[in-house]
Design a protein around this ligand. Structure first.
Ligand code: BG6
Length: 589
């Protein structure tokens, strides 16, 4: 997944686009580039590396012009290097574009174009598009017609921003990859996501699949790419501010987003779940579909539905949906995706709908593809999450999913008990120094085990994922009772075992599992409100948790694990906001 942006207006396009790209770097950060059309014609500056490094070598503000496009990359086709960085041009250099997505039939198109004499500078799929547009223009089409005809030839996903020398406008189009228009005063933007334009405007138009945009400084026109039919769409005001997309004095977005979980959760608890709760009440079968951290939140929802609604609920990874998942008109799919753009989840949703299923989308992004393709949408309202690793959106997902299960099962007491959660979170966050000390003690370790039973098993998974994502250390999560069926053979003296042990119905068996580990001289790091478990922990390696309802434990026990991963990454001088090889949400399958 990449981040694209286009700008036309009176400002210095080079610097405005650079600042916008910085707000999109969570989408990919292995190379970047900007093209500006101005006094010096069509100028391109691009390079491999993170923007902060590239910015030192290139003075983007010197690119004189008020019209431009920019890109920050997460490589799919062609390694991250200078030539594969975007923007890409055609043979003449008159057509320049940036692309987010994958062109599945690019290699046969490339072969055909090569036979016609085109020369390619990069190994990317994206560059093919520029040459296809060139072909159409050579055969007499105007730019829009050339783009329209090119779209008919390419298969795959795309959000594109295109410039043509001599034309004072930006063209943009999308299919599957997200694209928004930012409506400014005397200036206009296109971008992959809202944070890129918040410094300039909060007026946003969401572009639908198959729509072609022509951006001028004083407005834009939208039409269906296939038919040319005009589309009139009003802008909406987003309730995110530029501040929300800033670090507020924290060193990293991840720490800021961890430390604001009591606030984000308060917002989340106001979420509207009525329509969705009617659906899960009415539909015989419930199936959770999600990826990454969202899947772990989905597992907590699965057990809440079974416990409170006494209804079967299955959960499947988005990327595994295609392999034998049973879905029909009696199924409601609960698709969980903070970005609302993860391709694996969206593909599963589209397939499920084809088979007659209903879809509830649980997302953090208003106007995202998932929200527009769902029968009912529940917004977690956690605010923009910039760090690649999910933290506040994970706790907000669990909170809104519990609210959904309680509302559907008429559990009013539980619903009212949720309102004290934010205060409890604040108490846990206030003890972050303890976790920082713990991180210092563990930073030299190479292998980690996370164990939990029942609702704490998904927490163990999420805790291990956080550590893997940003410290690149080996971490495994196991259901506490599963160790003796194999993984126990891996335990040696001193290996850290992080035990997630709230005093719920699983505590007595969990005590036994912890003893199995201490018997092999493992180093127990205990998160618990149970005195026996805390005693079992290695001296100085326990974190006392407040007593709480079993359902709520996942939202609260994950917080010390988020902080542990964060502090260990920082101690290892790794960037927790932009871990290697990852992206905020992956819009390609
Ligand atoms: C990954 C992110 O790309 O996608 C994870 O790095 C995230 O943090 C996962 O959990 C799923 O994303 P989403 O947006 O569908 O919840």
């Amino acid at each position: 997944m990449c981040g694209i942006i286009g700008y036309i207006g009176k400002g210095n396009a080079g610097s405005i686009i650079l600042e916008g790209l910085k707000k999109l770097e969570y989408r990919g950060y292995d190379s970047a580039g900007i093209a500006v059309l101005g006094e010096n014609g069509l100028e391109i500056k691009k390079e491999a590396g993170k923007l902060a490094e590239i910015e030192k070598k290139h003075d983007f503000s010197s690119m004189k012009g008020s019209l431009g496009i920019g890109h920050t990359r997460w490589a799919t086709h062609g390694i991250p290097n200078d030539v594969n960085a975007h923007p890409h041009a055609d043979c003449t250099g008159n057509i320049v574009l940036v692309h987010n997505g994958i062109i599945e039939n690019y290699s046969e198109l490339k072969e055909r174009l090569k036979k016609k004499g085109h020369t390619f500078a990069s190994d990317t799929d994206s560059e093919v598009i520029a040459h296809l547009i060139e072909e159409q223009i050579d055969s007499g089409a105007d730019t829009k017609e050339a783009i329209r005809k090119t779209l008919l030839e390419i298969d795959g996903s795309y959000a594109l921003a295109i410039l043509r020398k001599g034309e004072n406008k930006v063209y943009a189009v999308r299919k599957s990859s997200p694209l928004i228009i930012g409506v400014g005063k005397g200036e206009m933007f296109v971008a992959s996501d809202v944070p890129a334009i918040l410094e300039h405007t909060r007026e946003v138009i969401y572009v639908n699949d198959g729509e072609l945009v022509e951006l001028l400084a004083d407005g834009c026109s939208i039409e269906e790419a296939k038919t040319g039919k005009k589309v009139i769409r009003k802008s909406v005001k987003v309730d995110w501010s530029a501040d929300m997309a800033r670090k507020d004095g924290y060193e990293h977005f991840m720490l800021k987003e961890i430390m604001e979980q009591h606030t984000s959760l308060r917002n989340t608890l106001n979420a509207e779940v009525k329509q969705a709760s009617e659906l899960i009440k009415r539909m015989p079968n419930i199936l959770v579909v999600a990826c990454g951290s969202s899947f772990h939140a989905g597992l907590v929802f699965k057990s809440a539905v079974q416990k409170h609604m006494k209804k079967r609920c299955d959960a499947v990874l988005g990327s595994e949906f295609a392999y034998g998942t049973i879905v029909d008109k009696d199924t409601v799919v609960v698709a969980i995706s903070q970005s609302g753009e993860t391709a694996d989840t969206l593909t599963a949703v589209r397939e499920a709908k084809k088979r007659g299923a209903k879809v509830i989308g649980v997302t953090n992004v208003v106007g995202s593809s998932l929200s527009r393709e769902s029968d009912a949408t529940v917004y977690i309202a956690a605010g923009p999450e910039i760090s690649v690793v999910a933290t506040k959106t994970f706790t907000s997902q669990i909170a809104v999913l519990l609210k959904l299960a309680y509302t559907a099962s008429g559990k009013t007491t539980e619903l009212s008990e949720m309102k004290d959660l934010a205060d409890t979170i604040e108490k846990i966050l206030s003890k972050r120094e303890e976790i920082e000390i713990l991180a210092k003690k563990l930073v030299k370790e190479k292998d980690f085990f996370f164990i939990g039973r029942g609702n704490s098993y998904p927490v163990a998974m999420e805790g291990a994922l956080k550590l893997k994502e940003i410290t690149y250390l080996h971490a495994e999560a196991y259901a506490g009772g599963e160790l003796k069926h194999g993984p126990l053979s891996l335990l040696e003296s001193g290996i850290p075992v992080i035990a997630i042990a709230p005093s719920d119905e699983s505590i007595s068996k969990m005590r036994g599992n912890i003893k199995e580990c201490t018997a092999r001289k493992a180093k127990i790091i205990a998160l618990s409100d149970d005195v026996d478990v805390l005693k079992e922990a290695e001296a100085g390696f326990s974190f006392a948790m407040p007593k709480m309802k079993g359902d709520f434990a996942p939202m609260l026990y994950i917080i010390p694990l988020q902080l542990l991963a964060y502090y260990m990454a920082v101690l290892q001088k790794k960037d927790p906001d932009k871990p290697r090889n990852l992206a905020k949400s992956v819009t390609v399958e």
